[in-house]
Write a protein that binds this ligand. Structure first.
Ligand code: ADP
Length: 358
């Protein structure tokens, strides 16, 4: 008996030899399996195939393969296997409630003298999605690094071509080179931070900490930047308020949010930090009086490299990774970061942190 013969067993309900039912072994597989007869009708399907392709729980057995899965390439692959004895691999994309992509290996075989073909369906939806995310990420990184690098090279060439002796301008050129090099370093720091968090290499050590003091420190480190644009930083946290968080990581989240609230504020605007107490959590709000964010951008700004206005973000020194990092850090705390905004009035970012269990 062949391996397939041992795996496919007859059932009492269906004594005909050409209607084998897959045994439990095949039902336990992650891949969907469908066996078709020489007239392209389904003879047998394992449980994953029934779950993936049966409509309204109707049985798959007895249906034409084209009725079960409407894909011309797949139909041809089964046809080729049965008529020419040729194996092949096809990629099919099904758009039903959600989009699914399969790589299907179709292989001919004989069972008790009759021609059969088996289709093994590997669900590659997630793999393809991750591959696309990886490609977009790489192309974004190259683009983001190339822009400052091009500027550095151009200014170095200008200096080499004689500007080094131009006392009036050489310092300005050097400062442009430094600014662009710093931008590259900032970007690389953010990328490695994000990849460590995503790889699960960042551990948090939450403790009860004094929020008012932490916000004062964040404001102190950003005070020069705020002063440049005459932005007023307002700490509305009551003295004595404590939150349960990793101090380094909470400082990093608040620095990112306050930094954005300064960068995207209107000149002479205000940044306010306050804390709301909820039964099971505390919500730290960072509110600005900037232009606000249009509804269609609100959720997307937490994606890596998503910026509403690339040129402006670059001008104010952004990498487009800050909010993605904040989102990951909030989730590491078992919390979440959200945003609401009113156009022309400003935006409010909220970090919600669960309270420590008693
Ligand atoms: P960036 O390094 O560009 O600041 P972020 O990930 O921190 O990257 O933010 C992504 C984008 O979200 C910004 O480029 C900006 O378009 C928008 N954004 C973030 N914070 C604010 C804010 N407080 N007000 C308006 N837009 C904001």
């Amino acid at each position: 008996m062949t391996l397939l013969g041992t795996l496919f067993t007859k059932t009492d309900a269906d004594p005909e030899p050409e209607r084998p039912e897959p045994s439990g072994v095949l039902d336990a597989l992650r891949e969907s399996l469908i066996i078709v007869s020489d007239n392209l009708r389904v003879l047998s399907a394992n449980e994953p195939a029934r779950l993936a392709f049966a409509r309204k729980d109707e049985p798959l057995v007895g249906k034409r393969i084209t009725e079960v899965i409407r894909d011309f390439g797949l139909h041809e692959a089964f046809d080729r296997a049965l008529k020419n004895g040729k194996s092949s691999v096809v990629r099919i994309e099904l758009i039903d409630l959600d989009r699914k992509v399969y790589e299907v290996r179709v292989v001919p075989f004989e069972m008790e003298g009759a021609k059969r073909a088996i289709g093994v369906f590997y669900d590659i939806t997630q793999i393809e999605h991750l591959e696309r995310v990886r490609q977009v990420f790489l192309s974004n990184i190259s683009h983001e690094l190339r822009t400052p690098l091009t500027s550095i090279l151009a200014f170095v060439e200008t200096l080499e071509d004689g500007a080094i002796d131009d006392d009036a301008n050489k310092r300005r050129f050097l400062s442009v080179i430094r600014k662009n090099a710093e931008r590259m370093r900032h970007l690389i720091d953010d990328i490695s931070e994000l990849s460590s968090i995503e790889a699960g290499n960042v551990r948090i050590e939450p403790k009860q900490l004094d929020l008012n003091g932490l916000v004062r420190e964040v404001f102190a480190s950003l005070s020069a930047k705020a002063a440049e644009r005459s932005i007023y930083l307002e700490n509305e946290i009551e003295p004595g308020v404590r939150v349960f968080a990793d101090i380094i990581r909470l400082e990093q989240m608040l620095t990112n949010l306050v930094d954005n609230a300064i960068k995207f504020n209107t000149a002479e605007g205000t940044v306010t930090v306050r804390c709301l107490d909820k039964p099971d959590s505390q919500v730290i709000e960072v509110a600005d009086t900037g232009e606000g964010i249009m509804r269609e951008h609100l959720q997307r700004i937490f994606e890596r490299f998503y910026r509403i206005d690339r040129a402006r973000s670059r001008e104010v020194g952004g990498t487009g990774l800050g909010l993605a990092i904040v989102k990951h850090l909030a989730r590491l705390h078992g919390g979440e970061v959200t945003v609401s905004s009113v156009l022309g009035e400003g935006s409010t970012f909220r970090i919600e942190l669960p309270k420590a269990e008693e």
